[in-house]
Design a protein around this ligand. Sequence first.
Ligand code: HEM
Length: 334
Amino acid sequence: MRDDPSHSPDHRGPTTATDSPSGTSSMSSAAHAAPDVRSDPALPRWVTWAFVVNLVVEIGIVVTGGLVRLTGSGLGCPTWPQCTPGRYTPVVKEATSYHIFVEFGNRLLTFVLVAAAAAVVLAILRHLRHRRGFLLPAAALVLGIVAQAVIGGISVRVDLHPAWVLSHFLVSALLIALSVYLLVRLNEGDGPAVPLVPDVVRALAMVTAAVGAVVVVLGTVVTGSGPHSGDAEKPMRLGFAVKDVAWLHADAVLLFVGLTVAVWLAARLTSTARRPRRAWELLGALTVVQGVVGYTQFALGVPEALVLVHMLLAALFVAALTNAVLALRHRHHA
Ligand code: HEM
């Protein structure tokens, strides 16, 4: 970002220049034209890195958490916060299976996550305290991680009941969305939010985001009703028929795809700004790939490897959806 000459401070402020490939603008209003995107050149480089690493680790822990569940390692460490009664680290005996190490490794990754979040909070307190919209998300990030530690602990204590396991995933999804928000805010100013598309398109995008949230929640309900709901050997189930909830989940995806195309088309027709189009194209492409993985894993009887890919793509989907919604407006440097 910082090396891009278009990010030079000399270009601050709204621009009416079109960035459409044809070079023709269909709008005379500056509000729906190309945004002025750049991060603050005065910020130390580590600040941007802290925000990026935080997002990557938030996505990564969804995958390692999935690995724990899919390899049946959830009770590898049978107690929490201690791994085995009286000890915080695994006790290696001849009969010890790999599960204890998978679960313990995932717990260790939590420390990386806490370090990344601490770096973000430190960056905000040291360099961004004067800016709008950072303190509250920083507090939410900390609270979310504390909530995850508590939910993770309860999940172990209730023998991985699916309701707690799926809450664990959903709080992670919220933390990913929050991390994307922070990164987007870092790359813009503190001026008032300027819409890059008409209000009706933004309203349609909000409806699409709500349907996207329903897709994700229904996905966790499918998981909670199937063989990967928690403990691999004696999984408790939410009690729904997997086939029914899986089709409901897939139908919500089809609705989501239709709405995404509608938002993308509307953004193309009503705005010369490139960012909204790009963001919704990325979201659409990711959704199609995720849809193919979803149908394939359903047809193949949910093999663990594909389910893990589906989880990674679900985490990326949350990030892309958050970015797509935020790409419909921009804050210039005040
Ligand atoms: C935008 C597209 C999609 C998103 C964002 C999405 C999201 C999710 C999420 C978040 C989960 C729960 C992950 C977990 O808690 O471990 C899930 C599970 C699942 N999804 Fe999707 N999904 C999508 C498309 C599809 C499609 C089209 C199908 C086709 C039927 C599908 C089938 C499944 C199945 C069978 C599971 C349960 C896998 C398991 O056994 O754990 N998904 N999905």
